[in-house]
Design a protein around this ligand. Structure first.
Ligand code: PMM
Length: 264
């Protein structure tokens, strides 16, 4: 899953793809590099960021979705708003990637059920502006699994079919670095929920902290090698997909992992 943030302020590539034609060209380049899905997002979710209104989010994403799907790309819409998801589905998106797992907008899960698209239910506790206040866990894996199970139950109650659901531990969302490492090491327990697992570590701040020198975190755009390592470890644990900025290298690493698995 290739990340296409059409936002002026996303943490690692903010502003690069705000122009729709540039965004579409970049999305198609990720597809050519081997991305199976292009994840289009119009609202930054970086820690501390405020919200944008639905009209702005729609204006940033829907036309990009339309042009990408018209060119044959498979597109997910990264939104927590049902209205934005509905417009993106109308433009050809067939996956809703809801970082809030349906919590932010009560209309989201009924929309997903009614349209029959797939939905990524990510573990989330609050909007980015306040999510740092919710990063308290006893057993982070057990609590993330339990809270994801609640979101799955809510989706099924809303009428979402089992085979439409993908789950995601939500690295960096109401989680500190230690929580991210623990979750990354126990993806098998997320998988035990019985749904495909999407894993999103790409360029996140816990990787920057790991690679810090004299207290200065590694810049976001210099975290792709570390991201690649997290992807390989995620493949080993049987994830359904990885959500990354650097697609080509990830596809190469996946090929190595698959060739090695075949040789076992
Ligand atoms: N399913 C899913 N969606 C996401 N969307 C945005 C971000 C934030 O990262 P970005 O600013 O690089 O998009 N992370 C995730 C994630 O981990 N999982």
């Amino acid at each position: 899953m290739g990340v296409l943030n059409v936002t002026p302020d996303s943490f690692s590539d903010g502003g690069a793809y705000v122009d729709p034609s540039i965004a579409v060209a970049y999305g198609l380049a990720m597809r050519s590099a081997g991305a199976d899905i292009i994840d289009v997002g119009g609202e930054s979710t970086r820690p501390g960021s405020g919200r944008v209104d639905a009209v702005t989010e729609m204006a940033r994403t829907v036309e990009v979705v339309r042009q990408l799907t018209a060119a044959g790309a498979r597109v997910s819409i990264d939104t927590s708003r049902a209205a934005v998801a509905e417009a993106a589905i109308g433009a050809g998106a067939d996956i809703v990637n809801d970082v809030s797992g349906g919590l932010a907008d009560p209309d989201m899960l009924p929309l997903v059920a009614g349209t029959g698209v797939r939905v990524v239910l990510m573990h989330w506790r609050a909007h980015s502006a306040t999510m740092a206040d919710h990063a308290e866990y006893g057993d982070v894996v057990a609590e993330v699994v339990d809270e994801l199970a609640e979101r799955v139950a809510a989706a099924k109650t809303a009428g979402v079919a089992d085979d439409r659901i993908i789950v995601d531990p939500g690295l960096g969302f109401a989680k500190r670095a230690g929580h991210n490492w623990t979750l990354s090491a126990h993806l098998d327990r997320i998988k035990a929920l019985g749904y495909p697992v999407l894993f999103g570590a790409s360029r996140k701040s816990y990787l920057g902290a790991l690679l810090a020198v004299d207290g200065t975190p590694r810049p976001a755009v210099e975290r792709d090698a570390a991201t690649l390592a997290t992807s390989m470890l995620a493949f080993e644990q049987g994830v359904w997909g990885v959500r990354v900025h650097q697609v080509r290298d990830t596809v190469d690493a996946l090929a190595v992992w698959q060739a090695t698995r075949r040789a076992r």
